[in-house]
Ligand binder design. Structure first.
Ligand code: CA
Length: 228
């Protein structure tokens, strides 16, 4: 079960989050202070996403985020912010956090953000094998690496997520909308064009001849297909 930590000192908000996340199928760990959160994070290394309130009695949420990032770059971090907090300050301090949610928030909004993070971190679905091998490509889903003919290809998180989606669906035409929602999350409201931009970049990295792509082929008016 996917494990989520919620750090919030206000009991009514915390309980509200816990009830809703449990209902959404998450295993939820609760902390009321920064100190408690850090202890629990050390105790449960399998926590995939941490939701951190900013205003706490012992330290602020940004400090907790900083300490998490000092040792863990993988974990998803969502900050809980109050509407009264100046957003300039919040975004300035956001370094290290992946996302933020402003109070009051709906449970659906929060779970959508958490789902998106788990998906982006590759923690989604059942990992059938640690290694996906197709044609010249070998993907290691534990190390998040891709090799072509034994040579490591450096990918951004988004590019990695796209290739992983392709390798899980070989030979199937994927609609651009499907790629967008799988990689960026169902709630993402950006433009479809971002899919094309990333595919173009990916082709430069993985195709032998970008003018005549053979691994990622275009399905005109629809999307893309993985053909390795
Ligand atoms: Ca608080």
């Amino acid at each position: 079960m996917k494990k989520v930590l919620i750090m919030e000192d206000e009991l009514n908000i915390r309980s509200f989050v816990v009830i809703n996340l449990k209902r959404a199928g998450y295993d939820v760990i609760e902390a009321g202070t920064g100190q408690e959160a850090l202890e629990l994070l050390a105790q449960y290394p399998d926590i995939g996403v941490a939701i951190l309130d900013i205003m706490l009695p012992d330290m602020d949420g940004f400090e907790v985020c900083r300490r998490i990032r000092a040792t863990n770059k993988q974990m998803g971090v969502i900050m809980l912010t109050a509407r009264t907090q100046e957003m300039d300050k919040v975004t300035g301090l956001m370094t290290g956090a992946d996302d933020y949610v402003t109070k009051p928030f709906s449970p659906a909004e929060l779970t959508a953000r958490i789902d998106a993070l788990f998906r982006r971190l590759g923690g989604d679905s059942v990992v059938v094998a640690d290694v996906l091998a197709q044609g010249p490509f070998v993907m290691n889903t534990l190390n998040h690496t891709l090799e072509k003919n034994g040579v490591r290809i450096r990918l951004t998180q988004v590019e990695y997520a796209i290739v992983k989606l392709f390798m899980q669906n070989p030979g199937r035409a994927l609609a651009r909308e499907e790629i967008l929602s799988a990689v960026w999350g169902r709630e993402y409201e950006g433009e479809l064009k971002i899919v094309d931009v990333n595919i173009r970049r990916l082709r430069i990295k993985i195709e032998d001849d970008t003018a005549n792509p053979v691994y990622i082929t275009t399905v005109w008016g629809f999307g893309y297909k993985w053909g390795a």
